[in-house]
Design a binder for this molecule. Structure first.
Ligand SMILES: *[C@@H]1O[C@H](CO)[C@@H](O)[C@H](O)[C@H]1NC(C)=O
Ligand SMILES: *[C@@H]1O[C@H](CO)[C@@H](O)[C@H](O)[C@H]1NC(C)=O
Ligand SMILES: *[C@@H]1O[C@H](CO)[C@@H](O)[C@H](O)[C@H]1NC(C)=O
Length: 376
């Protein structure tokens, strides 16, 4: 029994500390979504009901509309299209998931063809007309249900899609085809956000769309870099400071800010790759990290007020480090330099890297927060 316990403790000591994950709580989804639905004749009225059924199942657990006391809601607009688009509902029309109303609203058209460019333009128009400034920082998502794809001349949907994607929007596509038209699948894939293109007969379609929405709802504010697919963001700071001042600076950035934690080699490599894109960081790539302590106990920095986490698992001390005496009382924290971590005194100045949580369903980011308005 005793030896089992020791084995267990040894085992758990060597495992890396897990990185924070993106929130996955659909009831707290906070997005602005426009559904773009092909209602051309070939889809059939029954097909339209199926599409509305899929859309409503995807959003069933989420709060639709706006709530005075809760920013974690998702607004839903609805556009139908064939040769031309029809705005069925603006982003402010539904205050709950009104499935029956949607089923009543969508009527199959007698037009045989459909131009996706018109549907996408309708979605773009809804976002453009939206005057809800308190939601400007919400991710904008378009979910397309298309039965055909035409891209001749002025009907090419790619420029509208590209414009929306480059402004930070997300496009999810669902190919609605009875005949498994491979050309349709490929072409729709060409306008969707990477890996967010699906077909109506995909097993687990609803979960896959929900997963895409949760990913869309996991992002870093401007000038922060996401450690994808995890729920943390980092920001290099190119103004040298002592370790404890650097720590205070990161804590004040809000959103669970702290100095960066290099829990694994992968995380360290990610930090280095980001630093190499900043001209202010040069070899030796010197930067303060969240590790601090006193040789008998090393801990990773956490948000202000939270208990620090004891070092375990992967470590990259520089040769002959940590140095534990005779300057024990002068030690402050740990800095990465050239080939590993060194423990440093309070008069050691370096750039540093802050870390925060992503904005996601577990962590709402208010626009009023200065932190979000930080631009590069
Ligand atoms: C679509 O809209 C355009 C511009 O509003 C109009 O000229 C055209 O006649 C419409 N097409 C159909 C098939 O309704
Ligand atoms: C998604 O798009 C890519 C690229 O166009 C394509 O290769 C892939 O087959 C598509 N997947 C589905 C499920 O449609
Ligand atoms: C190291 O720090 C821990 C926690 O802060 C403390 O309990 C311990 O006494 C310290 N050890 C030394 C040698 O200062």
């Amino acid at each position: 029994m005793k030896s089992l316990l020791i084995l267990f403790l040894l085992g758990s000591c060597s495992a890396n500390i897990p990185e924070r994950e993106c929130g996955r709580d659909l009831s707290n989804l906070w997005l602005d979504v426009v559904a773009v639905v092909d209602d051309s004749k070939g889809v059939t009225q029954g097909g339209l009901y199926n599409i509305i059924g899929t859309l409503n199942s995807v959003l069933q657990l989420s709060k639709i509309g706006t709530r005075k006391d809760n920013p974690r809601t998702t607004r839903l607009g609805l556009v139908s299209y064939n040769y031309n688009e029809t705005i069925e509902a603006t982003l402010n029309d539904y205050q709950f998931l009104d499935t029956n109303k949607m089923m009543d609203q969508l009527k199959i058209s007698s037009n045989i063809g459909s131009y996706l460019v018109t549907g996408l333009s309708g979605a773009e128009q809804l976002f453009k007309q939206d005057k809800e400034h308190s939601r400007e920082h919400y991710r904008k998502v378009v979910i397309v249900f298309a039965s055909t794809y035409k891209d001749d001349g002025a009907n090419d949907p790619k420029p509208v899609a590209a414009r929306f994607l480059s402004s930070g929007g997300i496009i999810i596509t669902v190919a609605y085809s009875q005949s498994h038209d491979t050309q349709l699948l490929e072409k729709l894939g060409g306008i969707a956000t990477k890996e967010f293109n699906f077909t109506n007969d995909d097993p687990g379609l609803i979960e896959k769309i929900q997963d895409s929405l949760l990913k869309a709802n996991c992002f870093c504010p401007n000038s922060w870099h996401q450690y994808q697919p995890k729920g943390t963001c980092i920001q290099p700071v190119t103004l040298p400071a002592s370790w404890s001042i650097a720590q205070a600076s990161c804590h004040h950035k809000g959103n669970n800010g702290h100095l960066v934690n290099e829990y694994s080699r992968e995380k360290h490599d990610f930090v280095m790759a980001i630093l190499k894109t900043y001209k202010e960081f040069q070899p030796t790539y010197k930067y303060h990290i969240g590790l601090n302590g006193n040789c008998s106990l090393w801990k990773w920095d956490q948000a202000s007020g939270e208990e620090q986490v004891q070092l375990q698992g992967w470590q990259i001390w520089a040769p002959d480090f940590p140095r534990c005496s005779p300057m024990l009382e002068m030690l402050e924290g740990v800095t990465y330099v050239t080939d590993g971590w060194i423990n440093v005194p309070s008069n050691f100045y370096a750039n540093y890297v802050c870390e925060t949580s992503t904005c996601d369903t577990d962590n709402y980011c208010a626009r009023a927060n200065d932190f979000l308005l930080n631009r590069v």
